[in-house]
Write a protein that binds this ligand. Structure first.
Ligand SMILES: Nc1ncnc2c1ncn2[C@@H]1O[C@H](COP(=O)(O)OP(=O)(O)OP(=O)(O)O)[C@@H](O)[C@H]1O
Ligand SMILES: [Mg+2]
Length: 426
């Protein structure tokens, strides 16, 4: 059975203040209330004492006569309402011999919550008092809940403020660590690479082929380490919001051409053919050119690395009718990615192949950095793939740009395309 919102014990424990200049009325009311189980009933026959006593008692209900010789009930009513807090509900039940409409309306207007005329009927008085008390108790419990809530909100706000301060401190510590680390690691590393390169020149002609091979390995591994350290530092910088983004109008076709030229050397000797699909008209895009280049290099690098033979395509899709760039795709015909890995590979150090089974070089930072850079410029980076057929990575330049729904969808966007520009002897 559902619990009543206010328990009978709570009601019977309520503090009641009865005010009437007629002692007999007070006695009668006290008797009725006592029989009904009310235990805390106070009576007053001099109206002048009501306000101070009410302040001291903080009653849950006042039963008030209107016609009293020392002070009018209306005046008492006004005083009671005035000294009650605005968010408190103090039920005042007026019980009077004056049954006129004027008296009733005036009392209600001044703040009385209910009205009864004498002679009263015991059951009716009890019912009205019961109802008023229930309302009072509900009000009180609401008030205390509110206070509790307010206290909780205050406490949580304080905790949050503390957490923000801690986070800021941690962030500052991270920045200091990064600055120190970049100096402490990069300075000796650059020396290692620089001196290895210098020695490799074999000026004195006294180094054996074996020595030169070792030096070559020092240099290659040093450069690899340099790249990893720079990637980690970059990723931390973007994640800490410390990477400045310099937005300016950029011609996308120029960026694509430059990146493909730069990557040409990487695909030499492989059977991977690059293709480019550009729309007939292409507006410049607001971008940080160096960062956009870096994103594209990472995507093309992956396309080449994870495609044994076949091709990859860099394509741009614009809004129809205008040349506004919506999306840039890098679509390959490589090994593809299992569906449950497609989102994961954007995490730092996430690679599909792991441990000793890895056939491809890399640290697993390229996509994490590419996505972070895209987000820093206000873009999104998404992927769709089909294992065994290929993958498509898309940079979405604007919120209204839709990513390809599937790998086939990405392929379809560019076939057949009259604007296709094969870039290497195809
Ligand atoms: N085009 C792709 N085709 C298939 N798998 C891919 C492709 N691009 C990324 N992946 C998978 O996602 C992983 C993470 O890619 P990411 O570029 O972050 O790292 P990486 O290429 O291994 O190393 P790094 O880019 O740091 O040199 C790759 O190791 C690979 O397993
Ligand atoms: Mg990569």
């Amino acid at each position: 059975m559902p619990q009543p919102p206010v328990s009978p014990d709570q009601l019977k424990d309520a503090c009641l203040l009865l005010v009437d200049d007629e002692q007999t009325n007070l006695t009668l009311l006290r008797l009725i209330l006592g029989r009904a189980g009310y235990t805390r009933v106070h009576t007053l026959s001099d109206a002048r004492d009501v306000l101070p006593l009410a302040r001291a008692l903080n009653p849950d209900l006042v039963v008030l006569d209107l016609r009293m010789p020392t002070m009018s009930g209306f005046t008492v009513l006004e005083g009671l309402v005035e000294q009650t807090a605005p968010d408190e509900f103090l039920p005042i039940l007026v019980v009077t011999g004056d049954a006129s409409q004027t008296a009733r309306q005036r009392a209600l207007k001044l703040g009385a919550k209910d009205f009864l005329t004498k002679p009263f009927e015991a059951t009716e008085v009890l019912l009205r008092i019961h109802n008023l008390l229930v309302t009072r108790m509900l009000h009180e419990s609401l008030r205390s809940q509110n206070e509790l809530l307010e206290a909780k909100v205050k406490e949580r706000t304080k905790q949050l403020e503390r957490a923000v301060v801690q986070a800021e401190e941690a962030n500052r510590a991270k920045s200091v660590f990064l600055a120190t680390m970049s100096h402490e690691l990069l300075t000796p590393l650059n020396a290692v690479i620089g001196f290895a390169n210098e020695l490799q020149k074999n000026h004195a002609r006294n180094l054996l082929p074996q020595d030169l091979a070792y030096l070559q390995r020092i240099s290659t591994n040093g450069l690899h380490l340099l790249r990893v350290i720079n990637d980690v530092l970059d990723l931390s910088r973007v994640e800490a919001g410390k990477m400045d983004v310099d937005l300016a109008p950029v011609a996308l076709d120029r960026v694509v051409a430059a990146v493909l030229k730069e990557m040409e050397s990487r695909s030499v000797g492989t059977a991977v053919v690059p293709r480019v699909s550009l729309p007939p008209s292409l507006e410049p895009i607001e971008a940080d050119e160096a960062k956009l280049r870096r994103v594209l290099i990472n995507l093309v690098d992956n396309a080449v690395k994870f495609t044994d033979s076949g091709s990859y395509r860099v394509g741009i899709i614009t809004e129809s009718g205008t040349g506004r760039p919506l999306r840039l795709d890098v679509v390959d015909t490589g090994i593809g990615i299992a569906p449950d890995r497609v989102e994961k590979i954007f995490g730092a150090f996430e690679q599909v192949e792991s441990g000793t089974r890895r056939r491809h070089e890399g640290t697993g930072l390229g996509l994490a950095i590419a996505r972070a850079l895209c987000e820093a410029m206000g873009y999104r980076l998404t992927a769709v793939s089909e294992p065994g057929r290929g993958s498509a990575f898309s940079v979405l330049f604007s919120p209204d740009a839709a990513p390809p729904r599937s790998y086939d969808d990405a392929l379809r966007a560019y076939t057949p395309s009259s604007s296709e520009v094969p870039t290497r002897g195809t």
